[in-house]
Design a binder for this molecule. Structure first.
Ligand SMILES: Cc1cc2nc3c(=O)[nH]c(=O)nc-3n(C[C@H](O)[C@H](O)[C@H](O)COP(=O)(O)O)c2cc1C
Length: 206
């Protein structure tokens, strides 16, 4: 079996982490780098990751995360936040992100026009904008979890949290929001059996 498929079989939503086992820093750095190099719409990389190591902060967060034990028990806790203001179509950041591709200024202007056209209805509504940037985070999250599994590192994606509560505890700057959370570490219990629909239930050919 390919290493990727082995990782897909190894990964499960780990409910209880071994509090005695820490992810080696080199491995964790490489996991963060997998998030960093993930693809994003228009290459805007709207994700900003917060690694929470402070036990007091973790304890406070747990109360806004449905009291899930993974928050305090995991080795590394990653909060995927987004910077929604910088991706607005009139932001200098957006221009820079296109300019870094080494295009002519005419080409940059063309890209900016297409981007503005695409984003206008989205950025008109703060919630839609947050959803758009959050979608990018889920790609980085998935890559990170599967890569971690290749290193036999477990994970639990966490959407079970009170968004406003977590954002208040993290005291995020204006324009920043929390997309999703992920706990990483090592399992205590054997993984549960993987339950999935069959291919014919989810795929149709036309
Ligand atoms: C976006 C997302 C959010 C999730 N949030 C939680 C969560 O808050 N707490 C939890 O224990 N599991 C959470 N899960 C895990 C799912 O329940 C789990 O992936 C699913 O039941 C399939 O099980 P498996 O991943 O072990 O194969 C989440 C999964 C995803 C993809």
């Amino acid at each position: 079996m390919s290493q990727f498929l082995e990782a897909m079989a190894f990964r499960h939503a780990c409910k209880q982490f071994d509090t005695e086992k820490q992810i080696p820093s080199e491995a964790f750095e490489s996991m963060l780098d997998v998030a960093r190099t993930s693809p994003s719409s228009f290459g805007m990389e709207p994700w900003r990751l917060i690694v929470v190591r402070d036990p007091k902060l973790r304890k406070a967060l747990k109360s806004s995360c449905w009291n899930q034990g993974q928050i305090t028990e995991c080795s590394e806790l990653v909060i995927f936040t987004t910077d929604n203001d910088i991706v607005r179509s009139d932001s200098p950041y957006v221009r820079k992100m296109f300019e870094r591709r080494g295009m002519s200024s005419e080409m940059v202007d063309t890209y900016l026009g297409v981007y503005k056209n695409y984003l206008s209805p989205i950025e008109a509504d703060e919630e839609l904008l947050e959803n758009w940037t959050a979608k990018q985070c889920y790609i980085a999250l998935a890559n990170m979890m599967t890569y971690a599994a290749t290193l036999e590192i477990d994970s639990c994606p966490i959407e079970g949290f009170d968004k406003e509560g977590v954002e208040a505890i993290l005291d995020l700057d204006y324009g920043r929001s929390v997309a999703v959370i992920c706990a990483f570490g090592y399992r205590v219990n054997p993984q549960s059996e993987q339950k999935r629909l069959e291919l014919q239930q989810i795929v149709e050919y036309r």
